[in-house]
Design a protein around this ligand. Structure first.
Ligand code: FES
Ligand code: FES
Length: 154
């Protein structure tokens, strides 16, 4: 075990964990940030997506020891009141079905909009291809990303 300091959602937090523990389990089990989900554990489904220095990454395969001082943002830290343009668009278009994959979808979409504020369908499909939805919400997700892009420009 080791004490590890992390920068999560703008706060410095300490955890006492095995340094090889994947970031996902530190977020869920030690910091109670349970919006980030476990799907495959093999970087294949995107359910565990968070931001590391603004980039979408799979937290299920990243050892917490390798995070160091890099800024982590989870779905809980994406906006103060759950009112990020993507969250508004998701609600407006009723994107979620069972909801399990959606935090990961929104985090991938947020990273996309940051680097590409006006993505095409193809840009969206490329950026979101690693986020699987078993409920088949991909068409609504694409629409919601376009809507959020419009909202962000206002
Ligand atoms: S749980 Fe991390 S990619 Fe599936
Ligand atoms: S909404 Fe059910 S898995 Fe995506």
């Amino acid at each position: 075990m080791a004490i590890i300091n992390l920068n999560v959602n703008g706060k410095t937090l300490s955890v006492d964990v095995d340094p090889s523990t994947p970031l996902l389990w530190v977020l869920r089990d030690h910091l109670n940030l349970v919006g980030t989900k476990f799907g495959c554990g093999m970087a294949q489904c995107g359910a565990c997506t968070v931001h590391l220095n603004g980039n979408a990454i799979r937290s299920c395969t990243l050892p917490v020891s390798s995070v160091k001082t890099n800024a982590i943002v989870t779905i809980e830290g994406l906006s103060e009141k759950g009112d990020h343009p993507l969250q508004q668009a998701w609600e407006e278009l009723d994107v979620s079905q069972c909801g399990y994959c959606q935090a990961g979808q929104i985090m991938s979409a947020a990273a996309l909009l940051k680097r590409n504020p006006k993505p095409t369908d193809q840009d969206i499909d490329n950026a979101m291809s690693g986020n699987i939805c078993r409920c088949g919400t991909h068409v609504r997700i694409r629409k919601a990303i376009h809507l959020a892009a419009k909202k962000s420009k206002k």
